[in-house]
Design a binder for this molecule. Structure first.
Ligand SMILES: *Cc1c(COP(=O)(O)O)cnc(C)c1O
Length: 459
């Protein structure tokens, strides 16, 4: 029978069994230097918990603001269990069981993206930033001296990592829904200066999906690689049934891209410290070749340290992801069932906003991120009203608080979307909500009514 799982239901069992497992290696005395006064420790932890009051309720459905989602209790318990040994997945010797768990989850991820699980190369990372860095670095090694092309709405990691790699970056304009413009891309490809095109499937701002299925043949024609940044949106490949046909067509093209990044710590129910990068073709492996006298690659099998840029990496992150996937596999009914309501919440809210007399949509959502604005005559008024709405939403005691977020747009971006007003500022805030929590679907009608009311009060 299914029930709500709390960490407190799992943690006692996990800690007791792991302590017993550790005890089988024989007792030893903790060095005096590591001993501490238990009362004092508890005081410190109580102070910590008090200080944690100074947070927004990121886990709560009424937190409908930024890209934040709680780790599932299964992931939390598994993380703690593995952390009690603190394995390091840099080498098999440093993290035996968790290295094999990582292999299993990476095969599942390869299958999810349509890569051949027997010929891809990939691993977990600390973050989407390092995962993207790694893919861009391999692209530089394969196409040296050439630029990275990404869309204007791509995450800033791409231009920043271009600086790190000493590779020029080119921002390709976006269309009226925040997607890479293919005509503009082809113009730049024609010059022969581009070594890799980054297609973002789910931009961080608007959840826009670049036209990957059309980018791939273009890039191939001009000898460029294609990298997919699915740090945020990668997992949406699991729910084609609630995506627009056009969006889905681009997800299905990931299988033909050279590399892809996804962040299990965004939509994969994991605590922070879990990104992933996958290359379709494992023959890129030799680019990672290094020689170090301090590592301990004792077994013959491939160590993650031989195919990653990072060195130490939490085996606990692999354990947490492995356990989560046992419960919520990378299928439409597994993890997909957790993603689908967020997507439906964005669709429902878009409808309500489209019919509203107070609000209007900024653009139609492709994933689970919604952007909207008050129907007012000028950018300066809009900026005030957006900020006012944001403040009105939190301006009450717990548990009534709602947390919203704002997003900056420019006159040209408004005009491209057919939104006209007095353009008396260089930019204005509008409203943006990331609906990552499945519980938010049921909340949308009420949330919408409240947002209309808070907006009216700000006008
Ligand atoms: C979050 C994000 C990143 C950066 O990933 P981190 O895990 O925060 O380092 C890169 N690209 C996109 C599209 C993202 O949403």
């Amino acid at each position: 029978m299914k029930q709500t799982i709390k960490l407190s239901d799992l943690i006692g069992n996990v800690v007791t069994k792991m302590e017993a497992q550790k005890a089988t290696f024989g007792p030893f005395d903790t060095h005096i230097s590591q001993k501490a006064d238990l009362d004092k420790v508890n005081q410190v932890l109580d102070t910590l918990i008090e200080r944690l009051e100074d947070n927004y309720p990121y886990f709560h459905p009424q937190y409908a603001a930024q890209m934040l989602k709680p780790a599932h209790p299964v992931a939390q318990a598994a993380y703690v269990a593995a952390m009690m040994l603190n394995p390091n997945n840099h080498s098999i010797d440093g993290g035996r069981a968790t290295t094999y768990m990582e292999r299993e989850v990476m095969r599942d991820m390869a299958t999810m993206f349509g890569y051949d699980p027997d010929s891809f190369l990939g691993h977990l990372t600390w973050s989407g930033t390092t995962a993207n860095l790694e893919a861009l670095w391999i692209s530089r090694e394969i196409n040296p001296g050439k630029a990275i092309a990404h869309s204007q709405d791509a995450h800033y990691v791409h231009s920043r990592m271009g600086e790190v790699l000493n590779v020029p970056t080119i921002a390709i304009p976006t269309d009226n829904r925040g997607r890479m413009d293919l005509v503009a891309l082809e113009e730049r490809l024609k010059t022969g200066e581009i070594g890799v095109v980054v297609a973002t499937l789910g931009t961080t701002g608007l959840g826009a999906v670049d036209p990957l299925a059309d980018i791939i043949p273009l890039a191939r024609e001009y000898g460029a690689r294609v990298h997919v940044d699915g740090a945020y949106g990668g997992y949406f490949i699991l729910i084609p049934d609630v995506l627009d046909a056009e969006t889905n067509r681009h997800y299905q093209a990931i299988r033909d891209a050279d590399s892809v990044v996804v962040d299990p710590h965004k939509h994969g129910l994991q605590p922070y410290g879990c990104g992933a990068v996958l290359f379709r073709d494992r023959t890129i492996g030799p680019y990672y070749k290094h020689d170090s006298p301090y590592t301990y690659f004792a077994s013959e099998d491939l160590h993650y340290g031989e195919i990653q840029l990072e060195t130490s990496r939490a085996g606990a992150a692999a354990a947490a992801l492995w356990a989560t996937i046992q419960m919520f596999p990378l299928t439409s009914d597994g993890l997909g069932a957790i993603l689908r309501p967020g997507r439906q919440a964005a669709q429902l809210w878009y409808q309500l906003i489209s019919d509203s007399k107070v609000l209007k949509p900024y653009q139609k959502p492709e994933l689970d991120i919604i952007a909207y604005l008050a129907d007012v005559p000028s950018m300066s008024k809009l900026d005030d009203v957006s900020h006012g709405t944001f403040l009105n939403a939190v301006d009450c005691d717990r548990p009534q608080q709602t947390h919203l977020a704002t997003y900056n747009v420019k006159p040209a971006q408004l005009l491209a979307r057919g939104i006209d007003m007095v353009m008396d500022r260089e930019s204005t805030r509008i409203m943006r909500s990331v609906l990552m929590k499945p519980e938010q679907l049921a909340l949308v009608p009420e949330l919408h009514e409240h947002v209309e009311e808070w907006t009216r009060r700000s006008i």
